[in-house]
Design a protein around this ligand. Sequence first.
Ligand SMILES: Cc1cc2nc3c(=O)[nH]c(=O)nc-3n(C[C@H](O)[C@H](O)[C@H](O)COP(=O)(O)OP(=O)(O)OC[C@H]3O[C@@H](n4cnc5c(N)ncnc54)[C@H](O)[C@@H]3O)c2cc1C
Length: 272
Amino acid sequence: MYAFTLERPANAVDAAKLAAAGAKPLAGGQTLLAAMKLRLSSPGQLADLSGIQALAGIRREGNAFVIGAMTRHADVAINAELKAALPALAGLAAHIGDRQVRAMGTLGGSVANNDPAACYPSAVLALGATIHTTMRKIAADDFFLGMFATALNEGELITAISFPTPRRAAYMKFKQPASRFALVGVFIAQFDAGVRVAVTGAANGVFRHKGLEEALNQRFTLQAAAAVKIDASALNSDIHATAAYRANLISVLTQRGVTQALGQASVGLSKI
Ligand SMILES: Cc1cc2nc3c(=O)[nH]c(=O)nc-3n(C[C@H](O)[C@H](O)[C@H](O)COP(=O)(O)OP(=O)(O)OC[C@H]3O[C@@H](n4cnc5c(N)ncnc54)[C@H](O)[C@@H]3O)c2cc1C
């Protein structure tokens, strides 16, 4: 690594000041520290967010779950209320990477990083979540701007993400077996207002699939999903999979996700 200084701010206000002055936020370090070791990233100063207790935790607010940016994947995975009301999100966290990655990696780090094969961005987008920052609130539809790019300004920190609870949801991931990132992942959420489908791993960033959404709005069945032709022309081909293979995965994972969503008891927050 290149030399750097490390600050440990005690609260989000101090962290925001450091970030505004050019410090790079450090969350779980699962991406950032590796990038620094490879000298792909060379921040002069890190602002370690791990001591800021207000940034971690899961609470219910009306029909939504508000999850702090510094909440570790392992804590999302085991939260009993979340598992009961929004099992697709808890299950997504439970299958990120390996035990060590889940113990250290955070929601805010994952979403700020916006790796095109990461799992959380698809949940944020499909659930129509709201990203709370030190400056404003950003709708999921406006947040993800392509590979490793987001609407965050320089020095702007994610403080929490608010996830509305859908009627039904499912996340299906086909793992890249070495990294366990998504070769393709599909998050499906059915709300009273309609169905949202977000795909990760298949292209240069997470995206909503309008064709699948329209079909599932007509009939929320695996047959409706299966009838949608997935266009491979905008999808990635690499050593792991061709674009055609990824297109097929989107279709198959959506069908499986619809089946799982229909099979699981839909527990609305009001009934708990
Ligand atoms: C072996 C391995 C396997 C993995 N498998 C998966 C997987 O299956 N699915 C998956 O989704 N992910 C996977 N990941 C990614 C991992 O889960 C982390 O989410 C990811 O590495 C970043 O989170 P972090 O908390 O470690 O952030 P860091 O590495 O600390 O930070 C990442 C970036 O986000 C910025 N940042 C951090 N917090 C904030 C904030 N609050 N506000 C603004 N910017 C911020 C940092 O400055 C940095 O640029 C894997 C990682 C590894 C190493």
